[in-house]
Structures are given as C-alpha cells and as structure tokens.
Design a binder for this molecule. Structure first.
Ligand code: ADP
Ligand code: GN1
Ligand code: MG
Length: 364
C-alpha cells in the first residue's frame, strides 16, 4: 500500500498544515521524511516510519526517548539563552496522546519538530567541526548522567557486545545463507586475526574497572547536528540511548568524524584516519567529560575507535553474508564495500595507535 504522508502527518498534532513531504537524510535504519508546512512561520517536521524488525519493542523504545528528551529539555530550560526547539529533539504527540501511531499497514510512525537551519555532515572536513562534535557528545553524556528513575530499556540487547557479535558472525558464516562465503576469505581472515584483543573493554567492565553509564551508542557524525555557524547544536537519533560504556560513543564518533573518506568508500587508498580530526574531537569531548571519567576509562579511549570500527565492519560484513537483512543498501555488494572500507580504517588506526594514545594522555 502506498504511503499517504499527509494522512500520517494529520494523525499527529502539529501546528502547521501539510504542504509537501519527501524522503530525507542518509540514515541506514528507519524511513525518514521531511514534511514542509504551508505556513512560513510554522515549524517543519520529521516523520519516521520505524524499523520494527530491528527495534522489536516500539513502546519501550518510545518510552526511552520520551524520558530522555523530557530530561534534556529540563536541563536546557535552566541554561540562559538556550533554544530548546533546536537543541533537543521534540516528539509530537498523536491525536490519542501517544508518541507514535500505527498505520493501516501495521507500520509504526513518530514525528519530531524539524530542527531548522542545521548542518549535517557524513564526512568531516575541519578540526573545528570535529571539536564541536566532541563537545556535543560530552555534554550529552553529562546531561543524562542524572536521569532519574529505572535504567533505560535495552532497545537492542547486546548492541555493542563484541563477543555476541562474533558469535553471530561465526554462526552466519557456517550457515552461509546467501552463498557468499566462498568469495570473502581475506575478510574473514581479517576478523579472525583480531578477535582476542577486541574483548578488552568487556573485560574491563566485568572487572568493575569501567562503569556502565548512559550512552548514546550511535554517535555517527551525522547524528550530531551543527548550527549555521558549525557550532554544536543537537544530538539526534536517540533510539539506542541506553546503558553502555563511554568507549562506544567515543569510538563510533572517531570512526566517522576522523575518517577522511566516506563510510562506504570504494577506493580503499582514500580511506584514512586523520590524526588532527581525532585530536580535535578528543579535545572537545574531554573538555566536557574530563572531570567525570575515571583513569581507566580515559586510558582506553584511544583503543575504542579500533574496537567500534571493527565492530561496525563486522556487522556490515555479517549482514552481507546473511544476505542483507539489516542495513539499508543501495546496490548489491554495498555491505561488503562498507565492510572493506571499515577494515581499511581499522588498519589506519592501528598504524597511528601510538600517537592516538599520546594525545589522550596529554589531554587527560
Ligand atoms: P536512522 O536511524 O535511520 O539513521 P535518524 O533518526 O538518524 O534515523 O534520522 C535520519 C536523518 O534524518 C538524520 O541523519 C538527519 O539528517 C535527519 N533528521 C532526523 N531527525 C531530525 C530532526 N528532528 N530535524 C532535522 N533532521 C533530522
Ligand atoms: C546505523 O541509524 P544510523 O544510520 O544512524 C546503525 C549503527 C551503525 C551505523 C553505520 C540502530 O546507524 O549502529 O553504526 O548504521 N544503527 C543501528 O553507519 O543499528
Ligand atoms: Mg541516524
């Protein structure tokens, strides 16, 4: 059944009237649409058809986001000069008063105010932007540190658990459901060579040397919106805000903010981690978190981009072998291309690891 965006829009309680709507952004998970309203002085909106194959409990997912956005808004209200509408996602209630609806096809939808005049980057081209991204994530973690109430729901259990991700990978390789394993021996070898060293963050957690905090868990740079002057504006994509280690956020942000090439770059000779972008992000991040992180957390920040880049590469690669059931793809071998680019990025980080550690030590 075709989607009637106007009808979906009218199931919520927006201020403006529907004028036009179309696909928006480059996210890999939901179907995102921007809705423009007829009135010049009214907000535009973001409508999202939620991926409920990936997020299995939409009520819990939305409950998390309601709690997180209400808490952030309360914090922002206390900061003079803040622009709450642009600095925090705002869910629009449905006519029934819930934060999501289901349509005639059984699909789930939610609506946010469109954050006006933002800039979003898939590739970061200056240390200034990387610094702002680091500040935004540092501040986000700090503001959520005192979220009252029960722990947030695990919207995707074991999301960054590399041991579980590896188990899934080995099972998928064994089953070979799409018949693709025969062509990817070097990539499997890349994964195999690094399995043990990747377990260190989980190990530190088990030993109680790093605490579980509230983390974002999907700090890809295009989930951090900047303003018209390229200053930190708003952290979006709150689906995976849940208990985690700070390393997951630091690592994923560096994976995207410090890679000079696209996440799925085909020409591997162009993929490289830029140490200046890394340093700038780390400087911004630690300017907000230096007081709260413990010494072990700080010590392992430099390792975390290697872990998360390896983890995301593993997930793209597993999805490729599985026949592309998770990430949206734009051509047949897209997930393999993404995985290869991320493998190359892991190597670039390995080459610069000494320098990465030195920078964190200097900033700590
Ligand atoms: P996905 O999980 O599929 O990545 P996101 O929630 O990140 O979905 O949304 C996809 C894209 O839509 C974002 O990268 C951003 O460009 C845009 N976007 C999402 N929410 C908003 C918003 N409230 N205002 C402006 N742009 C938004
Ligand atoms: C997905 O939702 P999006 O596109 O911002 C994914 C992340 C991956 C990322 C890789 C819920 O992020 O974990 O790192 O793609 N989100 C989910 O680009 O799986
Ligand atoms: Mg996103």
């Amino acid at each position: 059944m075709p989607v009637d965006l106007r009808e979906i829009f009218n199931s919520f309680t927006p201020e403006g009237t529907y004028h036009s709507g179309g696909p928006y952004g480059t996210g890999h998970i939901h179907d995102t649409f921007r809705i423009q309203t007829a009135e010049k002085d009214r907000d535009d909106y973001i409508l999202q058809r939620l991926n409920n194959r990936i997020f299995k409990n939409i009520a819990e997912l939305q409950h998390n986001i309601e709690r997180v956005t209400v808490h952030l808004r309360k914090k922002l209200e206390k900061i003079p000069g803040s622009n709450i509408k642009r600095e925090c996602l705002q869910l629009i209630p449905s006519k029934e008063g819930r934060s999501w609806i289901t349509d005639a096809n059984g699909s789930y939808w939610r609506m946010y105010i469109f954050i006006s005049n933002h800039r979003s980057y898939d590739i970061v081209d200056s240390p200034g932007k990387a610094f702002e991204g680091g500040k935004a994530i540092g501040r986000f973690q700090a503001m959520l540190a005192d979220l009252p109430g029960e722990p947030l729901h695990d919207t995707i259990p074991f999301f960054h658990d590399i041991e579980k991700r590896l188990e899934t990978f080995f099972r998928t390789v064994k089953e070979d459901p799409a018949g693709r394993v025969k062509n990817v021996a070097p990539e499997i070898d890349f994964i195999m060579k690094r399995t043990e060293e990747m377990k260190i963050i989980l190990q530190l957690g088990r030993e109680g040397r790093i605490p579980v905090r509230i983390t974002h868990n999907d700090t890809k740079f295009n989930n951090i919106l900047l303003d018209e002057n390229d200053k930190a504006l708003c952290v979006i994509d709150l689906d995976t805000v849940m208990p985690g280690y700070v390393h997951y956020d630091f690592g994923d942000a560096i994976r995207t903010a410090a890679n000079v090439a696209a996440e799925d770059e085909k020409d591997l000779s162009r993929v490289r981690m830029d140490i200046e972008l890394y340093k700038a992000y780390a400087t911004g991040y630690l300017s907000e978190t230096s007081e709260t992180l413990n010494a072990v957390e700080k010590e392992y920040l430099a390792f975390s981009p290697r872990l998360i880049t390896y983890t995301i590469a593993l997930r793209f690669f597993t999805d490729y072998i599985d026949g592309d059931n998770y990430f949206k793809i734009h051509h047949e071998h897209h997930n393999l291309q993404r995985a290869r680019a991320q493998f190359r990025l892991v190597e670039s980080m390995e080459e610069q690891y000494g320098e990465m550690k030195k920078i964190i030590a200097q900033l700590s």
